[in-house]
Design a protein around this ligand. Structure first.
Ligand code: ADP
Length: 186
């Protein structure tokens, strides 16, 4: 059983690391960004509601994200653990996650904070070429990260399960660093 949160600015490599991490712990990878993009490409009511936020690099309103994550965490495949990627992204989301986990009788074992300098983030996102990876939208997402998301670090640092990982290197080296930081959980 491992409850894990992958945390970090846009472009830090959360999605890339999440894949191998979820596989090695055999837990579902829950990416709010992926869930929103799937809803948008499927043109579901949720997708239509969130599209303009993603296009502009703004946060989807808390209640919309929270309802979606709650529903996802309530599915049976999370009973042995889960890996959250892209959530929580605001203090209210972090507080709601606390309550939700309590309801589910589960807890978060570790928050992995991927640290990458801003210039590397920008270079990575520009080369990725996702629809929201234009220069102007990237700047907006970085601003939103500093204003809304980074303050969560203090919220988790108080609890001693936050681990900082230097993510400014190759994918494989970052994977090894994360595995080392989680060695006591497997
Ligand atoms: P990245 O971390 O590279 O910015 P994501 O795929 O995690 O990319 O997120 C893409 C977009 O989805 C965000 O810019 C935002 O609009 C929306 N989003 C994802 N997760 C959340 C969240 N927890 N709260 C609000 N909006 C979110």
């Amino acid at each position: 059983m491992a409850g894990l949160i992958l945390f970090g600015p846009p472009g830090a490599g959360k999605g890339t690391q999440a894949v191998s991490l979820a596989e090695s712990f055999n837990i579902p990878h829950i990416s709010t960004g992926d869930l929103f993009r799937a809803a948008i490409s499927g043109q579901t009511p949720l997708g239509l509601k969130v599209q303009s936020y993603l296009d502009k690099g703004q946060l989807v309103p808390d209640q919309v994200v929270i309802d979606m994550v709650r529903e996802r965490l309530m599915q049976s495949d999370t009973s042995g653990g889960w890996l959250l990627d892209g959530f929580p992204r605001t203090i209210p989301q972090a507080q709601t996650l606390d309550n939700l986990l309590q309801e589910m009788n589960q807890n978060c074992d570790r928050v992995i904070n991927l640290q990458v300098p801003e210039q590397t983030l920008i270079t990575r996102m520009l080369s990725r070429g996702r629809k929201d990876d234009t220069e102007a939208v990237i700047q907006d997402r970085l601003q939103v990260y500093h204003r809304e998301t980074a303050p969560i670090l203090d919220f988790y640092r108080d609890r001693n399960y936050l681990v900082d990982i230097d993510g400014d290197t190759t994918v494989d080296v970052v994977t090894e660093r994360i595995k080392t930081a989680l060695a006591d959980l497997s």
